[in-house]
Every structure is written in C-alpha cells, then in structure tokens.
Design a protein around this ligand. Structure first.
Ligand code: NAP
Length: 265
C-alpha cells in the first residue's frame, strides 16, 4: 500500500508493504487481530503493557505465517510516553524500509467495574486515561506517521447499546470512543483516512478476570442473551477487523459496527 516504492533503508530485507499498529496486540482480541492481519500479508507493530512473554509468543506466531511483527512496550494511559513511542515507531518503520504505517487499531484496554454509587474518582480517571485520553492523544501523536489513505479502528463495546449494572464508568468511556471516531473520520477525511468503531459483545478472553470464559454462569447467561447462542471468541473479532481494514471495505467510514453475534437484541 502506502509503503510501496519507499526507501529500503539499511536492511537487506525487502521493504514491508502493508503495516499495522495494534495496541494491546499481545493477548485476546488484539492478538487475534495481529494474527488475522498476518494471514492477509499485513505485518504488525503491536504493543503490550506488562506481559512480554505473551508478546514474544505473538511475534513467533506471526513470523511462522510469513509476515513480520515487532512488539513494543506501551502504557496507553501514560501520554507522556507517546513522543518516545513515536520515535520507536519511526525506527522500526525505518528498519522495514517504510516511512509510514497503514492501519491503526486502538485496542488496548482493561476492564473497570463498579456500581454508579461506588465508582471512585480514581477508578474513573484510570478508565478515562486508558480508554479515552490514551487513544485520543496516541492517534494525534502518530498522525504524521499514518499514511494518507490509511485506516483507523477504535474499539468500543456492546455495553454502549445495552446496559449491565457495574459497567457505568467503562461503558461511558467507550461511548466517548464512538463520538471520537466520528470526529476523527470527519477531520481525517481530507487525508482519505477512514475511521470506524468496532464494538464487540462479550468475548472469552482474559478481560474482566476471564469471567466470560471461566465462570460457567456468566458464559451461560451470555449464550442465552445472544441470538447465535454462545459467547464470542477472540477469532470472532480479529478476522473481522482485518477484513474491515482491507481494500474490500474501503468505503466504510465513521460507522459503529457491533460484532456480538446478536447479543441482547
Ligand atoms: N473481551 C470482551 O468481552 C470485550 C468486549 C468488548 C470490548 N472489549 C475491548 O476490547 C479490547 C481488548 O480486550 P481483550 O478482551 O482482548 O483484553 P485482554 O485479553 O485482557 O488483553 C488486553 C490487552 O491490552 C493490553 N493492555 C492492558 N492494559 C494496558 C495499558 N494500560 N496500556 C497498554 N496496553 C494495555 C494488554 O497487555 P499485557 O498483555 O501486557 O497486559 C493486552 O495486550 C479492550 O479495549 C476492551 O475494552 C473487550
């Protein structure tokens, strides 16, 4: 894509053609996205927060499929680290013979629970930093490195459409992500950058302490609430995002696409 014909740099390897940055690519939905992109020939720079071993496993799995991957450490709640992160990105892109990357997936996140009457300001601020302020300023910082004609996917949640007690702070942050997506799409349109929201339903990952995967009562409740009759799996999401980022979906812009198997409809 954008990197075709760019300089090869110092590396003896051929320039990498299409490059994604996936935050939180070391586990769960991010890992599934990185691996699905690799199967389509897209190489990824992805981030992890603390679990380097999981990140290394994803690099090995991507390289097995013939694409390339590099894992970088990042706390998306720590905006002061973003300029240095952009420099790390520049350096990996240079090694790959590219000046820009094509796809940004703002995936990284943690779960936050608490009933309305109990949410503390500290919890609220943490959720805000990781889910709203982080993606906002990370995307802003990386704008010069995103190719014109590139694509951005921001991750929301089914919880902005349906409500569960105890998810008020988390879901409010995801609501902000959806509004932010609209505005990004409007302002980045002149650069031909499409921006969409993907809103997964309940998926069986480590998220929320793995509750949808490991608690049989929760898994049964989600299955009963879902038209397709089961909880979601990571690979219900990653390949969908890889498809949304592809040329086939180039005219999809400024949309919230829920990927929940029909949860609570
Ligand atoms: N699972 C669901 O049911 C579900 C439903 C709707 C939306 N979502 C959203 O989907 C996204 C991914 O969820 P998941 O289920 O894949 O979660 P997960 O399995 O817990 O993986 C979380 C990923 O984010 C990284 N991460 C965590 N905190 C971070 C921080 N402060 N800064 C940077 N990276 C951080 C983790 O890195 P380490 O491995 O280093 O910890 C890991 O790569 C989140 O935005 C979540 O809100 C999930």
């Amino acid at each position: 894509m954008s990197n075709m014909g760019s300089h090869q740099g110092e590396s003896l390897m051929p320039a990498v053609k299409t490059i994604a940055l996936v935050t939180g690519g070391s586990r769960g939905l991010g890992r599934s996205t990185v691996e699905a992109l690799a199967r389509r020939g897209v190489s990824s720079i992805f981030t992890y927060h603390a679990n380097k071993a999981a990140a290394d496993a994803v690099v090995a799995s991507v390289e097995h499929s013939g694409a390339r991957a590099v894992a970088l450490q990042l706390d998306t709640g720590e905006t002061s680290a973003f300029p240095a992160f952009a420099n790390e990105m520049r350096s990996v892109l240079g090694e790959w013979g590219a000046e820009r990357f094509d796809y940004l997936v703002n995936m990284a996140g943690t779960s936050h629970s608490g009933l309305f009457g109990e949410v503390t300001e500290e919890d609220f601020d943490t959720a805000y930093r990781i889910h709203v302020k982080g993606p906002f300023f990370l995307t802003q910082t990386l704008l010069p490195l995103i190719a014109d004609g590139g694509r951005i996917v921001n991750i929301s949640s089914g919880l902005t459409r349906f409500s569960y007690p105890g998810r008020i702070a988390y879901a409010s942050m995801k609501g902000a992500v959806e509004v932010m997506t609209h505005y990004m799409a409007k302002e980045l349109g002149p650069r031909r950058i499409a921006v969409n929201t993907v809103a997964p339903g309940a998926i069986q990952t480590d998220f929320s302490g793995g509750v949808v995967r490991d608690n049989p009562d929760v898994a049964r409740h989600v299955a009963e609430a879902t038209a397709l009759g089961r909880p979601g799996l990571p690979d219900d999401i990653g390949p969908m995002i890889a498809s949304l980022l592809s040329e086939d979906n180039r005219w999809v812009n400024a949309q919230r696409i829920e990927v929940s198997g029909g949860q609570t409809i």
